[in-house]
Design a binder for this molecule. Structure first.
Ligand code: SF4
Length: 189
């Protein structure tokens, strides 16, 4: 971290226990991928080398809910799948967080039908809504960083009755696509 070069080797740093716990928690968020559709592909890309979620300490995808503390719902959830989603959420370790990734998870998206859940926040508490269809990996990373910022600054936010409240953070779509590096021609010989 560069501290060893900035400080004498026999230096002592003091801090509060709460800050150390917050730092450790935000640096080791372990996601539980609940990927049901195309958004799942972007979730996979987020963990790959180009976007490298490991830079944020959150690349350790766990497929056992008891080893995970961040559920990422990526894709539409059918009514038939909903009990599975709820059971997995219940089995996850506290403190736990939820990201709703993409239009389908947050609102049902284009699937305005009785068979698709019109927003998972009706059934589990959602902390961050990541917009897009699908969201790019940068947007998902921003969502994870939003949770990390809250953990770092506030620990685990609770309401006056002591219950953990959902963060209810909705990200703004802010990704501007870059121009293609080469002109695209279709049908040219
Ligand atoms: S939001 Fe778009 S990309 Fe994501 S699951 Fe729905 S249709 Fe697919």
């Amino acid at each position: 971290m560069g501290l060893e070069t900035a400080l004498p080797s026999d230096s002592v740093l003091t801090t509060s226990l709460q800050r150390v716990v917050n730092w450790a928690r935000r640096s080791s968020v372990w996601p539980m991928p609940f990927a049901t559709a195309c958004c799942g592909i972007e979730l996979m890309a987020t963990a790959c080398s180009r976007f490298d979620l490991a830079r944020f300490g959150a690349e350790v995808m766990r497929f056992s809910p008891r080893q995970a503390d961040l559920m990422i719902v990526a894709g539409r959830v059918s009514v038939k799948t909903l009990p599975v989603l709820q059971r997995i959420y219940e089995q996850m370790a506290e403190p736990k967080w939820v990201i709703s990734m993409g239009a389908c998870a947050s609102t049902g998206g284009v699937f305005d039908t009785y068979a698709v859940v019109q927003g998972v926040d009706q059934f589990i508490p959602v902390d961050v809504y990541v917009p897009g269809c699908p969201p790019r990996p940068e947007m998902l990373i921003e969502g994870i960083m939003a949770i990390q910022r809250i953990i770092d600054e506030e620990g685990i936010p609770r309401d006056p009755s002591g219950h953990r409240r959902p963060l209810n953070i909705a990200l703004n779509p802010n990704y501007e696509p870059r121009a293609q590096p080469l002109p695209v021609t279709i049908g040219a010989t």
